[in-house]
Design a binder for this molecule. Structure first.
Ligand SMILES: *Cc1c(COP(=O)(O)O)cnc(C)c1O
Length: 368
């Protein structure tokens, strides 16, 4: 039912003005090649699956008890993996929830929040929800972020790195400049896809949280850890900022992660070998997919993510997307004017990518 056709007589004024985020389609049947929501083409770590099964078998009696409210063991595992202290780590029910708490804690102030004109489309929705004024700053013509354009009075900056849906990576030197430019504002770098950067240690801003007390990094288990269905996300920051997130969380939902999620996420972090293997394979597949699309005539932006952003001159991207769909391949098309000629294509398994290329080849041969 459309929100327009609902009787909202009893809704609050706030609820009446909401314009919710619309996630990519999750089709009910699974005989589709699903390349539209950047999920991992591989399953999660078998050790994570076993840890979750253990909660449901031996320890099922434990489900009668509330989970650990601050997910201490998971925070310790993440701190160990990244060389941080547990007080520098926060977890939530998906990074979408972590981001909501970030907005509530740091951006509901006087001056605007700066963000790129093209970025994760949930940011403007949160801004509306929390009454945050925003100022959007156009990406450069090549869809890169120009940090010099962010030299404006603000109470916060948020951007995704690699950016979504472009896939472009902002170099760490630029991120440093941006954070140093705004010592009195909180700078949030959403690293949902950072594990797909060729050199993740170099690309990630996590190591800067000791140097800058105004930096928040968010990450997620939904992409590189193949646990989108489990809903676990995290933030890394100076303990003073983490304390605000914890206070906000405990004023809203004190048990955001259930026992199964805490156990599965922790085991996933500990299975370093599996993670590295799958991460590397997706990077290889991205490179092959990029070349195959280029061979068909597509222009593909340089991607450090598990998706590519591609355009084909003299073709209507929405039409290509519709025709792919008719052949059982779904990709994402955004209607925003600046990117309407592009398709965002998630990196699938080798077989899925081959099927995509096969169908595209067919569509283009009919056109020519
Ligand atoms: C997928 C995604 C998220 C949300 O991740 P969840 O942890 O699944 O809520 C956040 N930011 C960006 C840029 C994303 O693409």
């Amino acid at each position: 039912m459309s929100i327009m056709s609902i009787d909202n007589r009893l809704w609050s004024a706030k609820a009446k003005t909401l314009s919710p985020y619309v996630p990519g389609e999750q089709p009910k049947h699974d005989n589709l090649v699903k390349l539209n929501t950047n999920e991992n083409p591989y399953p999660p770590s078998p050790k994570a699956v076993m840890a979750m099964q253990a909660v449901l078998s031996d320890e099922a009696r434990m489900l009668r008890l509330y989970p650990e409210p601050e997910s201490d063991e998971l925070c310790q595992a993440l701190a160990g993996y990244y060389g941080l202290k547990p007080e520098e780590v926060f977890v939530g029910n998906g990074s979408d929830e972590v981001l909501a708490l970030v907005f509530a804690c740091f951006f509901t102030k006087e001056r605007p929040l700066l963000m790129p004109d093209i970025s994760y489309s949930f940011y403007p929705v949160y801004a509306d929800t929390f009454g945050v004024t925003t100022h959007s700053i156009p990406l450069k013509d090549d869809f890169s972020i120009g940090v010099e354009d962010y030299h404006k009075p603000c109470d916060g900056v948020i951007l995704a790195n690699p950016n979504a849906p472009t896939g472009r990576l902002l170099p760490i030197e630029d991120i440093k400049k941006l954070i140093a430019m705004h010592p009195d504002a909180v700078v949030v770098i959403d690293e949902a896809y950072i594990d797909y950067a060729d050199d993740v240690k170099e690309a990630s801003a996590i190591r800067l949280i000791r140097q800058f007390d105004n930096l928040v990094i968010t990450q997620t288990f939904s992409k590189s850890r193949a646990l989108a269905g489990l809903r676990v996300g995290m933030a890394f920051a100076n303990p003073n900022l983490i304390a605000a997130l914890t206070a906000m969380k405990n004023s809203f939902n004190s048990y955001p992660l259930d026992r199964i999620a805490q156990a599965g996420a922790k085991a996933s972090v500990e299975d370093v070998t599996y993670f590295e293997d799958k991460r590397t394979q997706v990077i290889k597949l991205r490179k092959a997919l990029t070349q195959d699309l280029q061979a068909l005539g597509f222009t593909v932006l340089p991607s450090a993510a598990n998706f590519v952003f591609a355009t084909l001159a003299a073709h209507d991207a929405a039409d290509i997307s519709d025709r792919l769909r008719q052949e059982g391949v779904i990709v994402r098309h955004f209607k925003q004017p600046r990117i309407k000629d592009y398709l965002r294509i998630s990196v699938g398994t080798q077989a899925q990518n081959e099927r995509l290329i096969e169908v595209l080849t067919h569509i283009l041969s009919v056109d020519n």
